[in-house]
Design a protein around this ligand. Structure first.
Ligand code: PLP
Length: 471
């Protein structure tokens, strides 16, 4: 028993006759709503504070490289905006978002084949808020949602906070596997369960780095249409492809069945916190009401800045600048991985976006290895953060978006040393991962449907942004 006794706020002082309560670090613990149980901080959070030290090369965070923006021009534009239109820019706005910005968003989405009207768009605080609002309006506690395995950690955190049951659907190098999706839906139906929606990140997936190819896009839509299953298409990286034209969005071919989420976080800057949802009318109306109850309205200043940026700055050229920068960093990381990684490692080759998904040699556990990696001055995100349930121990996510190429090379070199030492160690003494499972590590993308009907999703990093934020 800990020695300190704490009483809840407002309780009589200790000399009263009330029996002493058990000590807790958080005196509010018993008052939280049931849904707060899904909001758990990771035990490796503390390690990320250490990973933020300059001597550690962090390949963990998914932060865009903001120094590549023309900051002087953006600053001048912002100053002018406040001087000219401050009375609007610093005032409350509408819950649906600025109409001029919504027109600009339609132009951006047209690059991915989407034809939309500004009325169909709801502006949100990043696409993260769109995910939150959608989950709020669709999901009751215990409802099933489908998501790729692995899946974006921020989505898993949101699903957990609304007490959803996440059922993962496997992917391969070409993205979500349509046959596996159909099989999962069928299995759930046989058990009397109908998922509320499929959540998918089809282009330059976070964390897997893969892209759903065109034939599969049609097949996934077909499976979902047959099952009457709405799709949430989360597409922050779609314009950041390194080769050719952007993929055609799922939403472009199914305006009624797909709710599309976009953001300016990766093509302009995440600090603006401007994203959006494009949704059929009924969903759009609910989203506006939910947004108003959450935030009244979004920042008028941020919205007008984006609107002005789209109207007055060469934003298409700037997206090309980002693409070239990230392509160089992707190449650097892939070259470094080829040069340094020991046998048994395998990794994806992203055609865009920010992430490489690295599979470890059999028996090596990415989460258990992390303290040793940080001691070796390199940080990554263990794959477990991207699964609701137990998957992902044999994988880790590497980001190449933020570090300079020389740091990427050094970080991969250090990581290769750590993995090699781990392999040597476990080949001498045996691996706890093997001992626990009695089986070799999983195939490329981990095992399917682990969270099936189990407890609510437990995302590794379900709490909001950290020092070296793991998006
Ligand atoms: C797949 C995915 N969805 C959504 C987001 C949230 O982005 P934001 O809220 O900044 O728009 C991110 C951020 O990294 C992401 O990777």
């Amino acid at each position: 028993m800990p020695s300190e006794q704490r009483l809840p706020v407002g309780s009589p002082q200790p000399h009263s006759s009330l029996p002493p309560r058990p000590s807790r670090t958080d005196p509010y613990l018993e008052r939280y709503a049931a849904r707060a149980r899904g909001m758990v901080a990771s035990e490796i959070r503390a390690l990320f504070a250490v990973a933020a030290r300059p001597e550690v090369v962090s390949l963990a965070g998914g932060m865009p490289y903001i120094p590549a923006l023309p900051l002087d021009a953006v600053g001048e534009m912002a100053g002018q905006l406040v001087a000219d239109r401050g009375a609007v820019a610093l005032q409350y706005g509408s819950g649906q978002g600025d109409p001029g910005l919504r027109e600009g968003i339609c132009d951006v989405m047209s690059l991915e084949g989407i034809r939309a009207h500004p009325d169909e768009i709801v502006v949100t605080v990043g696409s993260q808020q769109a995910l939150d609002l959608l989950t709020r309006i669709f999901v009751d506690p215990g409802d099933v949602v489908l998501a790729e395995g692995p899946s974006y950690v921020g989505a898993l955190g949101t699903f957990a906070s609304y007490e959803a049951n996440v059922v993962h659907v496997p992917m391969d190098d070409h993205g979500l596997i349509p046959e596996a999706l159909a099989e999962t839906i069928g299995r759930l139906a046989a058990a009397g369960r109908q998922p509320k929606f499929l959540y998918t990140c089809p282009s330059f997936h976070n964390p897997a780095g893969v892209t759903l190819d065109q034939p599969r896009r049609a097949a996934v839509l077909d499976v979902c249409q047959r099952a009457g299953l709405p799709v949430i298409e989360d597409n922050p990286y779609g314009l950041l492809g390194f080769d050719g034209e952007p993929s055609r969005a799922l939403r472009a071919d199914d305006p009624d069945g797909v709710i599309y989420l976009g953001t300016f976080s990766k093509t302009i800057a995440p600090g603006l916190r401007v994203g959006w949802a494009l949704a059929p009318a009924g969903v759009r109306d609910k989203l506006v009401l939910a947004a108003e109850s959450a935030v009244l309205c979004h920042s008028s200043l941020a919205q007008l800045m984006v609107r002005e940026y789209l109207a007055s700055q060469p934003w298409r050229e700037q997206v090309k600048v980002f693409r070239e920068l990230y392509r160089e960093r992707r190449d650097t990381m892939l070259d470094a991985l080829h040069a340094a990684m020991p046998a048994g490692c395998r990794w994806t080759s992203p055609g865009g976006g920010f992430y490489v998904w690295l599979g470890l040699p059999p028996g090596i556990d990415a989460k258990a290895m992390l303290p040793r990696a940080i001691a070796g001055r390199v940080a990554y995100v263990p794959g477990t953060g991207f699964y609701a349930g137990q998957g992902g121990r044999d994988h880790l996510r590497l980001s190449y978006c933020f570090p300079e190429p020389s740091r990427i090379r050094e970080g991969v070199r250090r990581l290769a040393e750590v993995i090699t030492a781990e392999v040597d160690l476990w080949s001498t003494f045996g691996s706890p991962a093997q001992a626990e499972s009695g089986a070799p590590a999983q195939a490329e993308f981990g095992s399917p449907a682990q969270a099936e009907f189990g407890s609510p999703a437990q995302a590794e990093f379900s709490a909001p942004a950290q020092a070296d934020s793991v998006q």
